[in-house]
Unconditional design. Structure first.
Length: 116
């Protein structure tokens, strides 16, 4: 599985961005798609995920601001980010959880910078 993320950039606080991630390769093995982020000096953390069955999880810090969705025909997962805050600044990574065998795949990361 290969993941290609796009959509990052520079935005003012309160603004919006939409990230996209296109999956290719053995996509039938993908059970869940998600977004993680890593801010400078911090550990990578889950932002949002969506399973093949449509179960969605969000980090508490992004609930009611971010929306994850997937288009199975386009093999793409999206992250709509609204009301962005300075603390949302991070490199955002697309993730795919696949099985069998159980494996995690990562995209290359896209930088989101929120300015005041």
């Amino acid at each position: 599985v290969q993941l290609q993320a796009s959509g990052g950039g520079l935005v003012r606080a309160g603004g919006s961005l939409r990230l996209s991630c296109v999956a290719s390769g053995n996509t039938v093995s993908i059970n869940a798609l998600g977004w993680y982020r890593q801010a400078p000096g911090k550990q990578r953390e889950l932002v949002a995920s969506i399973s093949s069955g449509g179960v969605i999880k969000y980090a508490d810090s992004v609930k009611e601001r971010f929306t994850i969705s997937r288009d199975n025909t386009k093999k793409t997962v999206y992250l709509q980010m609204n009301s962005l805050r300075l603390e949302d600044t991070a490199v955002y990574y697309c993730n795919a959880a696949a099985a069998p065998p159980m494996r995690q795949y990562w995209g290359q990361g896209t930088l989101v910078t929120v300015s005041s």
